[in-house]
Design a binder for this molecule. Structure first.
Ligand SMILES: [Ca+2]
Ligand SMILES: [Ca+2]
Length: 502
């Protein structure tokens, strides 16, 4: 542990200070977000399927790891295991538990100062949603005045992504073909009223802290302006209901396009260009001049999104897991430093469950959503359709007792960010950069910190960045070795070391 983390006492002092911060600071988006697939996280009733009460029993783990926000993939009733096709927008899927269980979860999250947001898929419903069933039945009966027909993209014309309604000559729009997920008509005033009531139910009655918005680029396919317009309505509606609510959107597109979505006022959009094997982090770590590559990507992002909160992540339930993207099965230090580099981008950083223990999985969706590896005895069943089950790193329980594990690195990283809020909130100034060493200055509310990062996996590197009188506050080292600041201001960074100075 010694080489990984210094200044634990200082950290403890800062955490005590944090606890005394005003409530406003607790409601912002700059959290250590943790994405959970309830199905694969923790079972509580012996049926093998993860559930709300199982998740509740793991909140101490989540809090101890320093995650301060949770995003749950859909929890509403659905015929599929992934639950992105909803049949009832105001209930909990019985597979996961009851609304009572969920309300208890909300309460227990809030008692730990964890914010809880839920996935809100509104591009489409399930084809078994009562609205859709009634609309189809009406069309088949010739009752084309039925109001639910207007809830979906029905038309009497064939076309791309249009699915026939039996032999009626009517069709409905389905962007996610073959999934039983008919697209909702997000221009229908009655549906919008319905959505507003659904948002109010979750925010004001149940008490969730916001939503993750699924598939925003498919709201109006290939029409960013209309998507932004709809998201502006959604943002205003949600913030009117609950001013502190947090919204994050899934726009799986390039940087320039993502930047356009910020005009909607939605707090942030996942930074897809940072994720996966061809994303900023993996590419920077592979580059011949990794520090310069990383800085270049950050400069691009700041130029494209000058004022918005960033939402970087390495992988999620739709992508291959980070260990594969990083080719880090045998290189835990690379996995650690990648997490460090990702988090030093700042903003609202998201971690997919299991990334903190180096779970693997790629290809078919269920492979990316494997049972959380707590230990060999205490795991959920695997999701249906899984074609490959393997775990490359030791279990969470094993890693918790190994001070040099990826899990303990992620934990230290999360707590470091909590201790020094400027890391995630600050304005960035690039102070110096050579092939391997980057020094950034982050300033927030009068606090200025230096973040120095050594992208060299093999060697110590030194840097002198004109920080006379600076103190080495803290450090996080992915490899053996320690960072040290000499009296003349020369900072020596351990291989894959990150140092925080003030
Ligand atoms: Ca269960
Ligand atoms: Ca749509």
């Amino acid at each position: 542990m010694r080489w990984m983390r210094k200044g634990l006492l200082l950290l403890a002092a800062c955490l005590m200070l944090l606890a005394a911060l005003p409530a406003a600071a607790q409601d912002d988006p700059y959290r250590n977000w943790y994405e959970v697939f309830v199905y694969s996280y923790q079972d509580s009733d012996g049926d093998g399927i993860g559930d709300i009460n199982g998740l509740r029993s793991r909140l101490d783990y989540i809090a101890d790891m320093g995650y301060t926000g949770i995003w749950l993939m859909p929890v509403m009733p659905s015929p599929s295991y992934h639950k992105y096709d909803v049949t009832d927008y105001r209930a909990i899927d019985p597979q996961y538990g009851t609304m009572e269980d969920f309300r208890a979860l909300v309460k227990e999250c809030h008692a730990r100062e964890i914010r809880l947001i839920i996935d809100m898929p509104v591009n489409h419903s399930s084809s078994r949603h009562p609205w859709f069933l009634e609309a189809c039945a009406a069309i088949e009966a010739g009752d084309t005045a039925n109001p639910y027909i207007g809830y979906y993209g029905f038309a009497q014309q064939a076309g791309q992504k249009m699915v026939p309604v039996g032999e009626t000559g009517w069709y409905y729009e389905e962007q996610f073909s073959g999934g039983g997920m008919p697209d909702l008509n997000l221009e229908n005033p009655a549906l919008l009223k319905e959505l507003e009531e659904i948002f109010a139910f979750w925010l004001n009655d149940v008490g969730v802290d916001g939503f993750r918005l699924d598939a925003v680029t498919s709201f109006f396919a290939a029409d960013t302006d209309r998507n932004v317009q709809f998201l502006s309505w959604l943002n205003e509606t949600v913030k009117r209901l609950s001013p502190d609510a947090f919204l994050v959107g899934e726009a799986w597109v390039g940087l320039t396009e993502i930047a356009r979505y910020y005009a909607s006022g939605i707090d942030c959009f996942f930074l897809f260009p940072a994720s996966q094997a061809e994303g900023y982090i993996c590419r920077a770590l592979r580059a011949r001049q990794p520090a310069k590559a990383y800085m270049g990507y950050l400069q691009d992002v700041y130029a494209a999104i000058p004022d918005g909160v960033l939402a970087p992540f390495l992988g999620n339930h739709d992508t291959g897991r980070a260990i594969g993207s990083l080719q880090a099965r045998q290189l835990p230090e690379r996995a650690k430093f990648a997490e460090g580099a990702l988090n030093m981008m700042g903003g609202a950083v998201f971690t997919y469950y299991g990334e903190e223990i180096g779970m693997v999985g790629a290809g078919d969706d269920p492979n990316k959503r494997l049972a959380m590896y707590w230990n060999d005895g205490d795991m959920t069943a695997q999701p249906p359709g899984v074609t490959k089950i393997e775990y490359a790193y030791p279990s969470a329980d094993a890693q918790r007792t190994d001070e040099n594990s990826l899990l303990m690195y992620c934990r230290a990283l999360n707590h470091l960010k909590l201790a020094y809020p400027a890391i995630v909130r600050g304005e960035t100034e690039f102070v110096s950069c050579d092939s391997y060493v980057l020094v950034m200055k982050r300033t927030w509310e009068g606090e200025a910190l230096y973040i120095a990062m050594n992208f060299d996996a093999k060697a110590e590197r030194s840097v002198q960045a004109g920080w006379e009188g600076a103190q080495l506050l803290d450090q996080l080292n992915a490899c053996p070795g320690e960072c040290a600041l000499a009296p003349d201001g020369t900072l020596t960074l351990a291989p894959y070391g990150i140092a925080i100075l003030r």
